[in-house]
Design a protein. Sequence first.
Length: 452
Amino acid sequence: FATRVIQVFLSHSWITDGWLKVLGLRYYLYFVPAMLTGSLVSMACTWAEFYGLLKMPILGHCTISEGSLVEFNLSYSWWLGAIVFGLLFFFGEHVFGCKSCFLDRCCIHQDNIELKENGIKALGDILKLSDKMVILWQQEYFTRLWCTFELATYIRFHGSKQIVLVPLNHVPFVLLMTAFHFVAAAGFNIVAPYLAWSPWFAELVAKCVPPALGQLALMSTVHFVLLFAFYMTTTPFAFEFFRKSIDDRRALEEQLANYTIRACKCYDERDRFFVEAKVLEYFGTLEEFDRQVRQLMRQQMEAVLGRTIMPYTTLLMMEWAHIMFAFAMFVHTPEKNYGHIMIMMCTTVFATDMLAMYVIQLVVSRIHDSPSQWLQKHAWWIGPITLASIFGMFTTAADCFVYPKLAWTYKAIPVVLMVLITWKIYGVFERMTCSAGPDTDAARQERNVVEL
């Protein structure tokens, strides 16, 4: 049949597990749309609750400043947005529609030898017609000769701007960290009223906490203990994924630094002559292609995985659960405390959680690289406890912005400074001013209509 355009060309290694590729493709296609749609649903529920159209049973109250109360309940804006996100992520094709994708294992006949050879010969033309190339990367990707051929052909006719690198081990990590924040915030929202603000607990703390410290000490202590407990439900998994992300980044860096097409492997060595001949036709020399792969794909790697730490925007997407929590608190907060709540949530989402993630990445890296055999042996419990403690401390610090009896405008000044410091640490300003590199001349060539 004839085709003029293919929206996505999926480049992958056949060695990689299929379920991981499906998850990576869903992440590329539906994660952001599902997150934005879930946020819109959450905002709509917030509006409906604010005007009394929706109401859930109140679980408890919290006095935050000047005798005002915050109601804690199972807000529609809280859990319905999360359900919508999950449904759209796993069934997004029924809502957002489908894209035309080329997957070699499905689109090239695997049993009929003649049809298989014709499909392989047409790969170059298929790549010419593809709008984007999505690389489902695992550590073996840059060692496979046919993956190299796909990459070479696409760069030759389109340049590198439309290449999307999806590190497959990175996808479950992002999903886990999103769930990580959701579990902590949901647990805090449900359980805290029965502990932090119950009469028996208030009496107990009153006997143990010096009066001079007052409510701030009480709330800080309770917040840390509760957050630590909830974070511990997911930090064992998060710690292992952090370590895996370190290995993936280093493996990809090493692959790109030492990349050469001559070292790539294939099932049938007879394919090597065909692939290398095409690369020579496209780039003049094999060394020139090696150089372009090292340069262009390193830029892709840094955009997705960061240079030494994960990019700020990737971590910000993981904070989605906390943003929904802000909607729920906003509805049930007295009007005069709107500023305090917004300051606290901005501090949590844009500063303290990001600083916590920065510290955690440094700590995990130190544990991961430690020569101490004792530390490596006991890292399975030291790591999760350390991560939960860091998250608990930084989140508690953000919560403290609610309780002091100061005008919220005075609290905004240190929050802005914290956000600017965070952006500086993550290099946000450098990325804002960094321009994209030049594309190849071949990217401007006109496409041909090819009979497939």
